[in-house]
Write a protein that binds this ligand. Structure first.
Ligand SMILES: Nc1ncnc2c1ncn2[C@@H]1O[C@H](COP(=O)(O)OP(=O)(O)OP(=O)(O)O)[C@@H](O)[C@H]1O
Ligand SMILES: [Mg+2]
Length: 482
């Protein structure tokens, strides 16, 4: 395995004290004792529920080459014999290593934040940049005070493009994280009501997202969504921070620097053209949905600012597909027929709910089929929760949804609001809802499952997948073998 860091580099970056015989270097960085690559450094981070120091032996058994341990925990480690680097604070050490990783990289770094669409955009950027060089991108939604420094510390020295997701629950969080990432290009996908619990209004959320601008490197650029209501507000902030000439917009509007020119939406992909630096580029995007197209325009804008090969970037997007929980779709067998399942079970807030409902609206049910929305609570909406749940009535009606199946405390408000106007089924007990759904689905239906992760609608998807096997993709069925 290739060396990620030499032990000397680790000691210098973290101002650490070596104990025992250190190897020449480490192959990776981990904070999870169950998932340590052979020869990696294990950082014993203290989490909300666990302290990594209690898992140091497990990390060693799983292949850790070096343990990074806090000075004050040494007595508690007993007589554990292992190569160690002792530091004052383990999380600070990881951050220091992250900063060192950023300093040594000669390639360019991109950062994405926003109320929704961070992971989708980050994964799309990974896909689009890959033909142009070596890409290092965050895993999953590793976007917080552990995920960001960890992703930085894992960045290989020969990275051409670093791609980071940055998230927040509180003001000030992004400022700290972006100070480590120092992006050459940063993007705010949108500002919407998400994690509302900690904020009074959308402007406050915009303020927190705008902190990403403060970390953009000298001569770096910012890219903002012109179609988002908070665009002007964010633009003013960018101007005030001296980014006036280096802030670009993307969207459907003619005034956008990166502009959508034409669009043909299909139920399983989208074809569109965009104007990037005066040039028209044709794109086939392997996943449907207007919100996904919006992210893609931003991605292509970023690619151009990162000086990637635009033709290859556009070509690569054909292979992009929505991920598990974020719009992934599959055709499931039911009796002699089939239905479509759209898995949106990973995340829900008013913006992504509308996007998910629009996906359902755009999907074409088969003969005799219906559009079925299976929705669970949007969490972290604070005092706005009831209003925001009830407000989903409108997009559901506009989308021509035939059946709405609901569960969760606040979805009860929505159920009450639309009862009589649409076919609604509400169950506080999720298992009861699943039972009902299974008996209700028939051939030709399109079923979209969406809720906040904490509501557990992943189980709805899992049960449907178990009961109704996936149909073979048509291409495979048509292949003759030679
Ligand atoms: N630009 C967008 N506008 C509205 N909704 C979007 C957009 N992009 C993605 N979504 C929706 O938001 C959901 C979550 O997307 P994604 O995981 O990319 O967001 P995220 O910002 O990374 O979320 P998290 O804060 O949980 O990390 C998707 O399933 C999709 O429905
Ligand atoms: Mg995410």
């Amino acid at each position: 395995m290739e060396q990620l860091w030499s032990s000397d580099e680790l000691l210098t970056a973290m101002n650490g004290r070596p104990v025992g015989e250190l190897p020449s270097g480490v192959t990776g960085v981990s904070i999870d004792s169950r998932d340590v690559p052979e020869g990696a450094a294990f950082f014993a981070i203290k989490g909300d529920r666990f302290d990594g120091h209690d898992f140091a032996s497990a990390a060693l058994a799983n292949g850790a080459g070096v343990l990074v341990i806090a000075e004050e925990k040494i007595p508690a480690m007993g007589n554990l014999i292992a190569p160690m680097i002792v530091v004052g604070d383990v999380l600070t050490a990881l951050e220091d290593l992250g900063r060192a990783a950023r300093r040594r990289v000669k390639g360019k770094v991109a950062a994405v934040t926003g109320s929704v669409g961070k992971t989708t955009t980050k994964e799309m950027l990974r896909t689009a940049l890959t033909p142009s060089g070596k890409v290092h991108a965050s895993v999953a939604s590793f976007n917080n005070h552990w995920g960001v420094p960890l992703t930085l510390a894992r960045m290989p020295r020969d990275t051409d493009f670093g791609v980071f997701e940055i998230g927040m629950n509180h003001p000030g969080e992004i400022r700290t994280l972006v100070d480590m990432v120092r992006p050459d290009v940063a993007m705010i996908t949108c500002v919407e009501a998400a994690h509302m619990g900690n904020f009074k209004n959308l402007n406050e959320i915009a303020d927190a997202k705008a902190e990403i601008m403060e970390g953009v490197v000298k001569d770096g650029s910012m890219i903002l969504n012109l179609d988002n209501d908070l665009y002007k507000y964010l633009r003013k902030k960018a101007n005030a921070l001296g980014l006036k000439d280096r802030t670009y917009s993307y969207g459907c509007d003619k005034k956008a620097d990166f502009e959508l020119l034409s669009l043909r939406a299909h139920s399983d992909c989208s074809c569109f053209t965009v104007k990037i630096k005066g040039e028209e580029i044709a794109v086939k995007l392997g996943a449907p949905g207007e919100h996904i197209i919006q992210n893609a325009i931003g991605v292509l804008g970023m690619c151009s600012l990162l000086e990637a090969d635009m033709a290859l970037a556009a070509l690569a997007l054909a292979d992009f597909s929505a991920e598990k929980g974020r719009g992934a779709r599959s055709i499931r067998q039911i009796g002699a027929g089939e239905f479509t399942l759209i898995d949106e079970s990973y995340n829900a807030n008013p913006a992504s709910m509308r996007a998910g409902i629009a996906l359902l609206a755009a999907a074409e049910p088969g003969r005799g089929g219906r559009r079925i929305a299976v929705l669970g609570d949007m969490l972290e909406m604070g005092e706005f929760s009831e209003t925001l749940h009830v407000a989903l009535a409108e997009p559901l009606q506009e989308a021509g949804v035939d059946i709405v199946a609901l569960s969760g405390k606040d979805m009860n408000y929505l159920a009450e609001a639309i009862r009589g106007e649409m076919q609604v089924y509400y169950r506080s007990d999720l298992d009861a809802l699943i039972e009902w759904l299974m008996s209700k689905i028939r051939s030709g239906d399109v079923v979209m499952v969406k809720s906040s992760l904490g509501i557990g609608f992943g189980k709805v998807v899992k049960k449907l997948q178990e009961k109704f096997p996936e149909c073979e993709p048509e291409d495979d069925q048509l292949a003759s073998g030679d």
